[in-house]
Design a protein around this ligand. Structure first.
Ligand code: G3P
Length: 215
């Protein structure tokens, strides 16, 4: 499973990318607000830091505007993926951009039906928001399971990108289900490294080695 970083904070991306575990980055207008720098400049920097897919979202609500913004975003770097919201206009923009060979990531997906429509429109990625589904009293990972089953039934090539990840267990579940990608906030990625027995083990090795060197 590929791991994307779900942030637009360039220091965080630089630090995590250096570890060799980041396959791509997803951003959205909320995350870009936190980056506190011009939109296109931030996306251009991220594209240089991580060679994999970098999602940048359109702000227009009509398909012509989405296509126009999508072309502009895509011109920033070859690894930009244009993020488009799941609406009828959005799906029209996805199919127009696909015919122009511009890859898209359909965002704000909360059901298997929406994911089916995104695949039919020709999206490269579909982003079910598992954390927001959990918040609304559903089980977000159930929706991911349904999407994976629907896509497998019809050999759709759209990749399932699990988004709105809130904790490491979402990532484990995504990997067990065979999702293509999980996009994780930096804090969740940091937690994925942790296990108390690793810390205890390192301390014991160091203590034992110090004891040997004293002999
Ligand atoms: O990738 C989408 C993600 O950023 C949304 O996360 O935590 O705002 O639901 P959240």
């Amino acid at each position: 499973m590929k791991i994307f970083l779900d942030t637009a904070i360039r220091d965080e991306i630089r630090r995590m990318a250096a570890l060799g575990i980041v396959d791509g980055v997803t951003t959205n207008p909320t995350l870009l607000k936190a980056a506190d720098a011009p939109y296109h400049e931030v996306i251009a920097d991220i594209c240089k830091m991580v060679p994999g897919p970098i999602s940048a979202e359109v702000l227009a609500e009509d398909w012509e505007g989405m296509v126009r913004e999508g072309r502009e975003l895509s011109a920033i770097a070859p690894n930009v993926i244009v993020k488009i919201p799941m609406t009828p206009d959005g799906m029209r923009a996805v199919s127009v951009l696909k015919s122009a060979e511009i890859d898209t990531n359909v965002t704000l997906v909360f059901s298997a039906n929406q994911a089916l429509l995104a695949a039919k429109a020709g999206a490269r990625f579909v982003s079910p928001f598992v954390g927001r589904l959990d918040d609304a009293g559903h089980d977000g990972m159930d929706v991911v399971e349904e999407i994976l089953e629907v896509y497998a039934n019809y050999d759709f090539t759209t990749e399932v990108l699990v988004a709105s990840v809130r904790h490491p267990q979402h990532v484990v579940q995504a990997a067990l289900m065979g999702a293509d990608v999980a996009t994780v906030p930096t804090g969740v990625l940091a937690l994925m490294f942790c296990h108390p027995l690793t810390d205890v083990g390192i301390q014991r090795f160091l203590d034992d080695w110090k004891a040997v060197r004293k002999e």
